[in-house]
Design a protein around this ligand. Structure first.
Ligand SMILES: [Zn+2]
Length: 465
């Protein structure tokens, strides 16, 4: 007696599957079948072509298939439509650049401009195989952004720009903090997170650094505990944060966050370049995740390869996630940069091998976000977040070792097709759910309008006539 056929909407026939399952199986001449938002069959092509009855078949022989990648830290508004604008000059310090250039540009956006920026960021991510992201906590008009993201099909966790510290001594500190907590409560209430079933939801994402008093940190953590969410925040890219925490609390940042009960498995901290040995200890014991944005660290001159402790974090079992910080489009590029930088710094060519690079781009962040049951691998029953990488490109040549070739030498722009929740969002490198050409035109116009409103001069390094 033969088993009844497996019913599917789509059978992708013939790709090499990098499954990322527990055995890390790689299946050559494989096949994968989707039904609704789920994967219903994974295996060898020959068997699945016999066993699966699919409404549509796709010839996938030239592709390597992986689960979707995760960008754990990205500013989806502001930057995407203004990144080409030359901010500040050599005379501006890091904080001058932030206060006089970066923040005014963010705050000058209208709701519509933020919506467009978020869509542009989503398009950029999807084109490089990112199917899920955690936003950096700098969205201003949350409703417009959520509306725009919903049209792109991407999976994301977004938070409003929340700073609860009263900078002006005339401001009542308690009222400023209470207003910030109110914003956090409001956003997680209005955009509830039902785990991987919610494509978009709000998390209490803080700007971090020294912008929040203890009660705001504690409130964000309480919301995350009560609702199964994650808190993220920027911390310690340079010495400024440790200096501020030492001056104000007598403790370094991670020690202080542990003291007030905030450092725990649902906290994710971005940058962490300037941490000392005692902070590494408290971090490793806490279960909190570290997010490394190598483009930001290396371009920003954080000294992360000299004083940073990311290889040690990995050794100690700290969940390390990768972010682009919006400075690059591809998470795989972040993995490459991180591996290269630390291999050089530690003179160890075995550090962060290609297998770990792919895990850090997909499986590890999914686990840190609490989504392993439903995402992170190509397995029966999991949600269909799938990326097809095109090997019909000169950078690939013949495929001998798909894992190493994808991690080390495949072109970042070689993503051909992407499915999120079983829905195809990218086909032959182009968005399927919205008009890309129109979005690019809107983004150019929006970016120019924001900059014009700030009245900041575009100080390009060479004269442009
Ligand atoms: Zn950031």
């Amino acid at each position: 007696m033969t088993a009844p056929p497996i019913q599917a909407d789509l059978l992708i026939s013939g790709p090499t599957l990098i499954t990322m399952d527990a055995a890390r199986r790689v299946i050559e001449d494989g096949a994968i079948a989707l039904s609704g938002d789920r994967i219903v069959a994974v295996g060898k092509r020959e068997a699945l072509e016999r066993e699966v009855q699919a409404a549509r078949r796709l010839d996938g022989r030239r592709f390597v298939a992986t689960p979707g990648f995760v960008d754990a830290h990205i500013h989806i508004t502001g930057d995407p439509i203004t990144r080409g604008f030359a901010r500040g000059g050599p005379e501006d310090s890091w904080s001058d650049k932030l206060q006089r250039w970066v923040i005014p540009i963010f705050k000058a956006q209208t709701a519509e401009e933020e919506r467009i920026a978020a869509q542009l960021a989503a398009l950029n991510m999807i084109r490089y195989g990112t199917t899920a992201f955690v936003e950096a906590g700098t969205v201003i008009q949350l409703d417009a952004v959520m509306e725009g993201l919903a049209e792109t099909g991407i999976r994301g966790r977004v938070g409003r720009w929340v700073e609860g510290r009263a900078y002006n001594p005339a401001e009542p500190a308690a009222r400023v903090a209470a207003a910030a907590i109110g914003l956090l409560e409001d956003e997680v209430e209005r955009y509830p997170d039902h785990g991987p079933e919610s494509r978009l939801a709000a998390w209490p994402l803080l700007v971090g650094h020294s912008t929040n008093p203890d009660e705001v940190w504690i409130a964000a953590k309480r919301l995350a505990d009560e609702r199964g969410l994650r808190v993220s925040a920027h911390m310690s890219p340079r010495s400024g944060d440790p200096e501020w925490f030492l001056a104000n609390h007598g403790r370094r940042p991670l020690q202080h966050l542990a003291d007030i009960g905030v450092l725990g498995p649902n906290l994710m901290l971005t940058h962490l370049a300037d941490i000392d040995e005692s902070e590494l200890d408290v971090l490793a014991r806490s279960g909190a995740a570290a997010i490394h944005c190598p483009h930001a660290a290396l371009q920003g001159g954080f000294g992360v390869t000299q004083i940073g402790r990311f290889p040690e974090m990995l050794d100690r079992g700290v969940p390390v996630m990768l972010g682009t910080d919006g400075l690059a489009a591809d998470v795989l590029g972040s993995a490459r940069l991180m591996a290269s930088a630390f291999r050089d710094a530690r003179r160890d060519q075995e550090l962060i091998p290609p297998t770990k690079m792919l895990e850090m781009a997909s499986l590890d962040p999914i686990r840190a976000m609490g989504w392993s049951e439903a995402l992170g691998s190509l397995e029966i029953g999991k949600k269909a977040d799938i990326v097809l990488h095109d090997t019909d490109l000169p950078e690939w040549g013949p495929v001998f070792d798909p894992v190493s070739q994808l991690a080390l030498s495949a072109p970042a722009s070689g993503v051909h097709s992407v499915w999120i929740d079983g829905l195809q969002v990218l086909d032959a490198g182009h968005a399927t759910l919205f008009d890309e050409t129109r979005l690019l035109a809107q983004a150019r116009e929006a970016g120019r309008a924001v900059i014009a409103r700030t009245q900041l001069p575009n100080r390009t390094p060479w004269p442009v006539s």
